[in-house]
Design a protein around this ligand. Structure first.
Ligand code: ASP
Length: 410
């Protein structure tokens, strides 16, 4: 595990060059005959030949249906929410909807937002308890209120009024994993300074090896009645609290776009914590003229750079999806003053789609905390997984959890 400084510097150079290209594009798009409003619009992008969908790897299970919906001429937001809802309904996806890992008090709180390109409308809900399909509630906020964002108890009551059933979202596996976390790891919580704070210290190397700790957790998981096939996953979630979430951006053959994001947020978070997923402009942003983008990963860092909006604006100024995403990632690196020891605790993936069907999946690190290369799902006539283009080579490390012993490669 490790990152290569050389790789980082060469990526930085590429990005600097890309920025210069973007600057030229801005200059080209400016002319003296604009009426008010035109000044903010890029040259008109062509429509794609086929619908295109970009989403998180987990979206693969329903991406074919979503794509067919676009082919059949159904609304773009309905297609995006079809993919989001499939994950919310799936109790085995413990980062979204039913079965999502709970907050530190054992309560599942869900966040979601969506944007509908053709009508240029948005809806969002945050910190919602007891309602499974929050992506549909976000759409209801968009369609049936004069607001954009509802949160907490008010959002739950609104959802019930709109006909969404109240249900228990804490599945038995997630409840038992929460108990395991309480017993073994709850001193490693989200209280205190975060990695972006000068008082924050890189966690001490673990007293016992990771392998021994994993073994102990698997044994303890049995004591908590966690099913044998889920014990390794439980240990992994305690050692490396997962980021999850699903974002979907898509475009149909008419060039109509939509985007949506839904999540149970960071595992073991403080009650009431909102991440980037319900924040229009951070977790998701769609502009019918330009493109759509969304994020999964360290929500706090993404909020600070308004990631999805930044990326769409970069594309408006002429950058390719990949350049636009890399520039946003550079902003996160800048916020950390290029301090790699801290940046290792940040995880970020952007899913980016331009109106003409060009797309990119970009990530801060090349691998997830378990060391696997980060990938995303795409469908543009055929469905496949692709590896993200990474700004930095190596693993991110989950925080707050006991870190993996680190061997630096330089
Ligand atoms: N971005 C989400 C959040 O901060 C977490 C995730 O992507 O898993 O709530």
């Amino acid at each position: 595990m490790g990152f290569s400084r050389r790789q980082f510097l060469s990526n930085a150079a590429v990005t600097t060059a890309s920025l210069a290209i973007g600057g030229d594009a801005i200059a080209q798009s400016q002319n003296g005959n604009q009426t008010p409003g035109q000044a903010s619009q890029a040259r008109e992008l062509p429509k794609p030949k086929q619908p295109v969908i970009i989403t998180k790897v987990t979206g693969k299970q329903s991406i074919d249906q979503g794509w067919q919906m676009l082919k059949d001429g159904q609304d773009t937001l309905d297609a995006a929410l079809h993919i989001c809802k499939a994950q919310e309904d799936d109790p085995n996806d413990q980062t979204v909807g039913l079965g999502g890992l709970p907050n530190e008090e054992g309560v599942v709180e869900l966040d979601s937002c969506c944007m509908h390109g053709p009508t240029r409308k948005a809806g969002s809900v945050g910190g919602v308890r007891n309602i499974k399909n929050v992506c549909l509630v976000a759409r209801d906020v968009m369609r049936h209120t004069g607001h954009v964002m509802l949160c907490g108890e008010g959002a739950e009551r609104f959802a019930v009024a709109m006909g969404h059933p109240r249900e228990n979202l804490l599945t038995e596996p997630s409840r038992k994993m929460w108990l395991l976390w309480k017993e073994t790891n709850s001193t490693q919580d989200w209280w205190g300074a975060g990695p972006d704070d000068t008082r924050w210290k890189t966690p001490e190397a673990p007293q016992i090896t990771l392998e021994r700790k994993r073994k102990k957790l698997i044994e303890l998981a049995a004591d908590f009645g966690i099913e044998p096939e889920l014990r390794e996953r439980a240990a992994e979630y305690i050692l490396f609290p997962p980021t999850g979430t699903i974002h979907v951006s898509l475009v149909n053959e008419k060039g109509e776009m939509s985007g949506a994001t839904t999540t149970s947020g960071l595992a073991w978070k403080l009650p009431g914590r909102l991440g980037d997923s319900p924040v229009v402009g951070a977790g998701c942003y769609c502009d019918q003229d330009v493109g759509s983008a969304g994020a999964t990963g360290s929500g706090e860092e993404n909020i600070k750079i308004a990631g999805a909006h930044t990326i769409v604006e970069n594309m408006r100024r002429g950058m390719s999806p990949r350049e636009a995403g890399m520039e946003a990632l550079q902003r996160i690196v800048r916020n950390y003053n290029h301090d790699m020891n801290r940046l290792r605790y940040v995880e970020m993936v952007y899913y980016i789609l331009r109106r003409d069907g060009q797309y990119a999946g970009v990530s801060l690190w090349s691998n997830n905390p378990s060391g696997k290369p980060l990938r995303f799902a795409v469908h543009d006539g055929s469905s496949r997984l692709e590896q993200t283009v990474a700004l930095l080579q190596g693993n991110s490390i989950s925080w707050p959890a006991e870190p993996k012993p680190v061997e630096e490669k330089r």
